[in-house]
Write a protein that binds this ligand. Structure first.
Ligand code: SF4
Length: 481
């Protein structure tokens, strides 16, 4: 029985939301790891109740689109028994925790965060009072993997580090920046619980802000980091450890999980599979699960970059798995243009959208694939409005949907931004580009980058080293041959 008194703004499993293309239901998959059995059940659910596809979200959730109606309550218990639904309905709206999709298998990792993800999910399942927090309250665990989530947005981020050569691994606590707090692994859940409970007390005593529950950033703006941490410390039987060291920034390569990679378990590899805009048919999910069962250890991992990983493939089976992935119409290349796309729901799913982001992104990738190849992954983000739900940080190329007035008509188009220099989207390079003109503009941007970059220079670095007027001139489609 649904017992939510305060309906969440984001869709969940127990309360789908109405989108333009039908009901949208979202499953929260802690850490993104799915067993074969879970994949089969999800594929069956889609076949039975939807005419659409599955989509992996940018928090490694799985959503089912185009449902005829909400998932009926008689199905909930089966999903709960399979670990696909929260044991308590109230817990479902709490945002999925994020971890690297290569946790436990990454050759560079310092800490395997999978037990912590499970322990924190167990804590949430037994503390439903935390559902009073904003549904956007988010926690990320970065175990020091090469496939890192540290540059993705989380209210609370724990990043593994080794303070000195012979010492134990610890986690460093970040809010929007380094707090200077160091947490021993054994203390992690206690500290997270204290952070969440102090935030809960703050929430109870504050009015809503524009109709929404206060976010952690409101607490930090009101109290400041130090005052928050002092209150947290009163709830702990030990003092918080402190370290003033500033960690150096680490460049994060886009799509680092795609392709074939050796695991830290030297006899095994994983393959990161590209899913354009995170979309996956039920048949593909079922077949990938069969592949994972027959030729690997039987798990799929969803990633916050809206693609997935098959892990623990014996090295001798890698070619066979890769071939079967191709037979399913999928690929694992980070430099295929369709691997580079990020898009929000757009006008097919969201009433606020000025443009049909998903169709425009896929059509552009198809069009440009006929004309050029790229040798380094570049992120291209389509957003239907400035809210930018699908991507919270500036990335390489951002297109913000607008309606452009042309005579008596309004037509769909985009403002195009590049680089990471200005927030929130980078620097605007071309305003009001119509949908028809847009692929040509992106083509020129990609060609110029590949032609004029310095050795090893990323797309963001290339754009950010030019003055805006020079960059506009260089990237203009008018200069295209
Ligand atoms: S970014 Fe705007 S258009 Fe896209 S899903 Fe969010 S609110 Fe809707």
């Amino acid at each position: 029985m649904l017992v939510l008194t305060d309906l969440p703004t984001c869709p969940g499993l127990f309360y789908g939301s109405r989108a333009r293309d039908g009901v949208l239901s979202r499953m929260r998959i802690p850490g993104g790891i799915l067993s074969v059995q879970q994949c089969w059940s999800i594929a069956n659910l889609v076949d039975r109740y939807s005419t659409g596809c599955l989509q992996i979200t940018n928090r490694a959730n799985l959503q089912i689109r185009e449902l005829h109606s909400e998932i009926p309550p008689e199905v909930w218990q089966d999903l709960q028994e399979l670990g696909l639904a929260s044991r308590r309905v109230e817990v479902d709206p709490i945002r999925n925790m994020m971890a690297s999709p290569t946790a436990g298998i990454d050759r560079q990792q310092l800490v395997d965060t999978r037990p912590l993800v499970k322990a924190w999910d167990d804590y949430l399942q037994t503390h439903p009072e935390l559902s009073e927090l904003s549904a956007k309250f988010s926690i990320g665990f970065d175990g020091g993997e090469l496939v890192s989530i540290r540059n993705l947005r989380n209210d609370i981020l724990l990043v593994a580090e080794r303070p000195s050569t012979n010492s134990e691994m610890v986690f460093r606590l970040y809010f929007n920046s380094n707090t200077g707090i160091i947490i021993e692994q054994s203390q992690t859940i206690s500290v997270l619980a204290a952070l969440a409970n102090v935030y809960l007390e703050y929430t109870k005593n504050r009015p809503r802000i524009e109709g929404k529950k206060p976010r952690l950033r409101h607490l930090l703006a009101d109290w400041g980091v130090e005052s928050y941490l002092e209150k947290v410390e009163t709830k702990l039987p030990f003092p918080l450890g402190r370290s003033a060291i500033e960690l150096s920034e680490r460049a994060i390569e886009p799509n680092a999980n795609l392709g074939i990679h050796r695991q830290r378990q030297s006899d095994f590899s994983y393959i990161g599979i590209a899913l354009p805009l995170g979309k996956l048919e039920s048949k593909q999910l079922r077949n990938l699960a069969n592949l994972a069962k027959n030729l690997a250890n039987g798990t799929l991992r969803l990633t916050p970059w809206q693609n997935l990983v098959i892990s623990d493939i014996p090295n001798s089976q890698v070619s066979e798995v890769n071939q079967q992935i191709a037979d399913l119409g999928l690929h694992s290349s980070a430099t295929n243009l369709d691997s580079c796309l990020v898009a929000c729901a757009g006008s097919s799913g969201c009433a606020s959208a000025a443009t049909d982001t998903q169709s425009h992104a896929l059509e552009m990738a198809r069009d440009l694939a006929q004309k050029l190849t790229i040798d380094r992954s570049i992120n291209i983000h389509f957003s239907g409005c400035e809210k930018s739900c699908a991507q919270h940080q500036p990335i390489d190329i951002t297109l913000i949907g607008i309606q452009i007035e042309q005579g008596n008509q309004t037509i769909a188009g985009y403002n195009i931004y590049v680089g990471k220099k200005d927030l929130p989207f980078g620097r605007q390079i071309f305003p009001a580009v119509t949908v028809t003109e847009m692929p040509r503009a992106i083509e020129q941007i990609l060609r110029v980058y590949q032609q004029f970059r310095e050795p090893g220079e990323s797309f963001g670095e290339f754009c950010d080293r030019w003055a805006i007027d020079k960059l506009q001139k260089l990237l203009s489609p008018e200069n295209q041959n």
